[in-house]
Design a binder for this molecule. Structure first.
Ligand SMILES: Cc1cc2nc3c(=O)[nH]c(=O)nc-3n(C[C@H](O)[C@H](O)[C@H](O)COP(=O)(O)O)c2cc1C
Length: 217
């Protein structure tokens, strides 16, 4: 099947879009409002977008408390949602009033950040402290209506639980991070495999041997 989201209907009973780019990591965003009330919510339109220096992004549709807080204070933390924390992560997505502290709603514990004032999730093995780099309202060239704001964060602090480190490397199977699939589906990373980057000379020689590229190619 093919459809053009600018004009075509997909023709399926449910919008397939969120099932197409998967698994999406979940940025569990902690922030606080101008009065200091903590806020916590999961965002799966989320990713790391740069490494040196590290930067992250997530998007809010429409404007929500996290975005309001981040614009008001200029900072937020990203916490990794794990298999063990799945119920709390889901509960923290409940649409509640701004004055409700989702840490208390979910029974989670706040831990202080070092370089920002927003709290982090004490139970999470990884927390990433960020300052707001830019909040960009998306305006599609197609003219389609859009209420999405892209939030880009510059990383200013990184917490890694000692228990997540094995022989000097962060062990993803110890963290068991959750990821979002389509619809109401999730996945959890329980196993990993390693694959080294190709040696270009070996890759070219192999492709020539198989006849995929000619000798001059
Ligand atoms: C796994 C998961 C991923 C979510 N991803 C997003 C997202 O990428 N963007 C968004 O606007 N809302 C997303 N939501 C919904 C928000 O978490 C929800 O609207 C929440 O109440 C927002 O809280 P806030 O107003 O405190 O920021 C997601 C919910 C769940 C459970």
């Amino acid at each position: 099947m093919f459809y053009d989201p600018r004009s075509d209907e997909h023709g399926l009973p449910h919008n397939p879009w969120t099932a197409l780019v998967t698994p999406r990591p979940i940025g569990w965003i902690s922030s606080r409002d101008a009065d200091g009330t903590p806020n916590l919510a999961p965002y799966s339109f989320f990713n790391a977008v740069a490494g040196r220096p590290p930067m992250v992004m997530f998007s809010s549709t429409p404007r929500k408390h996290s975005l309001n807080n981040i614009e008001a204070t200029g900072e937020f933390a990203v916490n990794v949602a794990t298999w063990d924390l799945r119920e709390a992560m889901n509960l923290s997505s409940a649409t509640v009033e701004a004055d409700i502290d989702e840490f208390r709603l979910t029974g989670l514990t706040t831990a202080p950040c070092r370089n920002i004032g927003a709290p982090r999730v004490a139970e999470s093995p990884i927390s990433i402290e960020c300052t707001l780099y830019q909040a960009i309202p998306l305006v599609p060239k197609s003219g389609l209506e859009c209420s999405t704001t892209l939030v880009i964060g510059e990383v200013v602090g990184i917490h890694i639980a000692d228990a997540a480190i094995n022989e000097g490397r962060v062990d993803t199977t110890r963290i068991r991070p959750l990821a979002r699939l389509g619809y109401m589906d999730y996945s959890v990373t329980d196993s990993v495999f390693e694959m080294l980057r190709p040696n270009p000379d070996v890759a070219l020689a192999e492709a020539r041997r198989k006849g995929w590229i000619d000798a001059a190619g």
